[in-house]
Design a protein around this ligand. Structure first.
Ligand SMILES: O=C[C@H](O)[C@H](O)[C@H](O)COP(=O)(O)O
Length: 268
């Protein structure tokens, strides 16, 4: 994983999809999205110093200037809210808009059908709300996130946001679904579980590779472990608020390659 790979993917997405007509922009969460905002500011009509020290591959291209005073940026987390504010961009709130022009976000793993696992940073609830009302939902990531089937690379488990007092119920229900490997996500530098921006807990549940094979539950009932089926099963559990499986939502993904210069594209 490299910073340059993330930066290249982010720059490519901004350069390909943001133009002078783009107005309402969703800003995802995580380390890759930092470069999305960096590029937006570079292309904007108010200039901040670019401290990246990196030469951008696209810097010679003639790109339309973005009129940032006319744009509103919708955050998907406290982190992305700060990113928007600290870069002097106009902050909007999710509930002010019923439609967003475009959202660019990171991912923890993306399969060949553009399904994604998200929530490594516990932001997947707001990320999903913003993605769902976006006309275009675009993923940016480095090459390590690209896989054939979900669960091949991200083996920490599918992030599940749960209501705090329901977490033991959810853990038991996951066991009944046949999941053998699940954990309440614990905080670092704080005793106890992590608390999401929405005041909830996160459980990470690994269902193996989501390759469409039969999955046997503890109750001897089987189901097909495709991303959509696993999403439905988990979402139906009492106490679950949102699942970090984004099925059929992204229309294109940019992956910064290992060389730190080239960018792979996956689209529908
Ligand atoms: O909850 C966090 C988000 O889903 C992130 O977009 C995801 O974890 C990817 O983050 P990063 O760009 O740091 O790999």
């Amino acid at each position: 994983m490299s910073t340059n790979s993330k930066r290249q993917a982010a720059y490519e997405a901004v350069d390909k999809h943001l133009n002078s007509d783009t107005r309402i922009i969703g800003i995802g969460s995580g380390s890759t999205v930092v470069f999305v905002v960096e590029r937006i500011v570079q292309r904007g009509n108010f200039k901040k110093n670019d401290n990246s020290g990196e030469k951008n591959e696209n810097s010679d291209q003639k790109l339309e200037e973005l009129d940032l005073n006319q744009c509103v940026f919708i955050p998907t987390s406290f982190q992305s809210r700060l990113l928007i504010i600290n870069n002097g961009l106009n902050l909007g709130e999710i509930d002010q808009y019923h439609e967003i022009d475009i959202t660019i976000d990171g991912a923890d793993e993306v399969d060949e059908n553009l399904n994604a696992i998200k929530g490594g940073g516990a932001c997947h609830l707001r990320e999903k709300v913003v993605a769902e009302i976006s006309k275009k939902f675009i993923i940016v990531a480095d090459y390590t996130k690209r896989s054939t089937v979900l669960g091949e690379k991200w083996i920490k488990g599918i992030p599940i946001e749960v209501i705090p007092f329901c977490y033991t119920l959810v853990l038991n229900s996951l066991k009944l679904l046949g999941c053998q490997n699940f954990n309440l996500r614990m905080a670092k530098n704080k005793a106890g579980p992590i608390i999401t921006d929405n005041g909830n807990f996160v459980v990470d549940a690994y269902f193996g590779k989501l390759d469409g094979q039969q999955f046997l539950g503890d109750d001897n009932l089987t189901f097909i472990n495709s991303p959509s089926e696993v999403l439905k099963r988990i979402k139906l559990l009492t106490g679950v608020v949102e699942v970090g499986l984004f099925v059929g939502m992204a229309e294109i993904a940019y992956f910064g390659e290992e060389d730190g210069c080239s960018v792979g594209v996956l689209k529908k």
